[in-house]
Design a protein around this ligand. Structure first.
Ligand SMILES: [Fe+2]
Length: 200
């Protein structure tokens, strides 16, 4: 069994609160003068409680590596290029029906030296906070079919296979925008038997 000392980039994220959310805060591809490198994607989903009730006005913050697998972060010294047009942080509030949406680029896998040839599967970190929460909840969203799942001790630290699957976004043609971006659906359930696994 491999111990899980989270690297700084795993645990640090934007905690900016819910002050004034700017129009481009949920579009990580429009926060700089030019578009970032990489494959543009749309991530959309619904935040629900255990009764399937949508949770509105929930603050969702995301942070992620760029397309090359590098975080815009002093502690990340992975030998992959930074992208001057990509910070990799965003936030938004869920709407009246508990839905959120981000436009971003698909993050790259990155090495983290935890064990020999340790590579994190591509993922987006999520933090949730809102009226229905006692504490901030943090989790990671993964992409379907990633060959790195089997060797990732963070993903595998969730013992229940069905729970692990709830961390994998689903490719979604309804969210996909023709000639523009592939769409992924990632619903987040707070509690109950179908709850999304969260980090301690
Ligand atoms: Fe990460």
């Amino acid at each position: 069994m491999i111990v899980l000392p989270h690297t700084l980039s795993e645990i640090t994220g934007p905690v900016c609160g819910q002050g004034d959310i700017a129009e481009t805060d949920n579009d990580l591809t429009r926060q700089h003068p030019a578009a970032p490198q990489g494959e543009r994607i749309i991530v959309r989903g619904q935040v629900l409680d255990d009764g399937g009730r949508p949770l509105r006005k929930t603050l969702i913050e995301v942070w992620q590596a760029n397309a090359a697998g590098r975080y815009f972060h002093d502690n990340d010294n992975h030998a992959a290029p930074l992208d001057p047009n990509f910070t990799g942080a965003g936030r938004t509030l869920t709407d009246e029906h508990g839905f959120y949406e981000f436009v971003t680029i698909r993050p790259g896998a990155y090495p983290w030296r935890n064990h020999e040839s340790a590579w994190r599967p591509a993922h987006i970190h999520f933090s949730l906070f809102g009226p229905a929460f006692a504490t901030r909840l943090v989790t990671q969203m993964y992409f379907p079919g990633d060959p790195l799942f089997a060797r990732d001790p963070i993903f595998q630290s969730i013992p229940d296979e069905r729970a692990r699957e709830r961390l994998i976004a689903k490719f979604d043609f309804d969210i996909t925008k023709p000639e523009w971006a592939l769409g992924f659906r990632f619903d987040i359930v707070l509690r109950g038997r179908e709850a999304t696994p969260f980090e301690d």
